[in-house]
Ligand binder design. Structure first.
Ligand SMILES: [Mg+2]
Length: 380
């Protein structure tokens, strides 16, 4: 005989997740010294654009994006003037719906580019809220495969003479890194070859070594350079030529014995799909600050998994450490030369050469008002 079951009353979802306000902040943060690469020129500061989203119950999520020094005010405007009013009133847990709507609302004037930076800042704030509601750290919510990541120190060092380059690399080794990357793209490629040889001699045979041309070379110039450095055991050759030349990458990859890497200049998931299909890459490097936040980064990570490629990162290591650590097919976390983590309450830490994802609830990126505050610039 069936027994009557006393049912608990169905409860309506509480409106605590309704977004009540969004606040955008623009910071211009000076670098300790001028940093140069082959194509962006010299950096003396970076821009940081924060997006704070407040829920009805007072819970706050913080997202952000950054630039190498230009474009940040336009990203601020996209967030503050185009997206802010439209996001207020929505449910903060509807992350994917908000992500899709942001993409299509501004697709005609965006379709990647600045729009992807703005979407990223909102998306990261929503993931921060999501993790806080779950009372979990990001590495747990994003995939939970692990909480540490293989990492490398990425220098922006093309402007350094050879002595300073070697001193800088030595500094990375002294900090515990077991992998380093240098910039290449000198006017005379033979100078690059000499610098690669000198760095390999300094770091020894067991330290992993990557090079990054910041898309400064022609197809044939990249092949010529790569053939000259193949003897130095290079893990990858990053952005040898312009990221739009998908077939050019395959042309280069087929001619050399060093795997290619790119991703920091691919700002839609579809661009990554084309790069996987046409460019014969060995490593993918999505950046959550410009691929549509954590949602976009994880989409690219899934593409990498399905295509048997390791997923790496570019920039903002204080956030990417949690994403890289969470993935089973993780490659290498770039520890970038823009020290955003020095403006947070928990700068990145290494243990036995591996970066450790924070265990704090949320994305693990909490900005320190005392050190970041002085760099706030009020925009209209
Ligand atoms: Mg790069």
């Amino acid at each position: 005989m069936l027994q009557t079951i006393d049912r608990e009353p169905c409860l309506e979802a509480a409106p605590k997740n309704e977004i009540k306000a969004m606040q955008v902040e623009y910071y211009r943060v000076p670098l300790a010294e001028a940093l140069a690469d082959a194509k962006h020129g010299t950096h003396t500061y970076f821009e940081l654009i924060l997006c704070r989203i407040f829920c009805a119950d007072g819970l706050e999520g913080v997202g952000y994006t950054y630039t190498g020094g230009t474009g940040g005010r336009a990203i601020y405007s996209l967030l503050n003037d185009e997206l802010r009013e439209w996001i207020v009133g929505r449910d903060a847990t509807d992350i994917r719906e908000i992500w899709e709507d942001m993409q299509w609302k501004l697709h005609y004037v965006g379709r990647g580019g600045l729009l992807s930076f703005a979407v990223s800042a909102v998306d990261i704030a929503l993931w921060d809220i999501r993790c806080r509601r779950l009372a979990q750290p990001l590495w747990k919510v994003a995939g939970a495969h692990g909480n540490t990541a293989a990492s490398y120190a990425g220098g922006i060092d093309l402007g350094f003479d050879e002595k300073k380059l070697l001193d800088n690399v030595q500094g990375y080794l002294d900090r515990g890194f077991d992998a380093v990357k240098i910039k290449v793209g000198k006017k005379d490629y033979k100078e690059d070859v000499q610098r690669v040889a000198a760095v390999r001699e300094r770091i020894g045979a067991d330290t992993r070594f990557m090079v990054d041309a910041n898309y400064s070379m022609t197809r044939e110039g990249a092949i010529r350079f790569a053939k000259a450095i193949e003897q130095y055991d290079i893990t990858w050759f990053e952005e040898p030529t312009i990221p739009d030349d998908f077939e050019g990458y395959a042309h280069i990859a087929n001619a050399i014995d060093i795997p290619l890497a790119m991703g920091e200049n691919l700002h839609t998931v579809h661009e990554f799909m084309h790069a996987i299909k046409y460019s014969s890459l060995g490593f993918l490097q999505p950046d959550a600050s410009n691929i549509g936040g954590i949602t976009g980064w994880l989409m690219v990570s899934d593409l990498a998994y399905a295509n048997n490629l390791p997923v790496c990162s570019h920039g903002m290591h204080e956030l990417h450490v949690s994403l890289i650590a969470s993935q089973p097919h993780a490659g290498y976390l770039e520890v970038h030369s823009f020290p955003i983590d020095q403006y947070t309450t928990t700068p990145l830490t290494l243990e036995n050469g591996r970066a450790v994802a924070p265990n704090s609830v949320g994305t693990g990126v909490c900005f320190d008002k005392a050190v970041l505050g002085p760099h706030l610039v009020q925009l209209k």
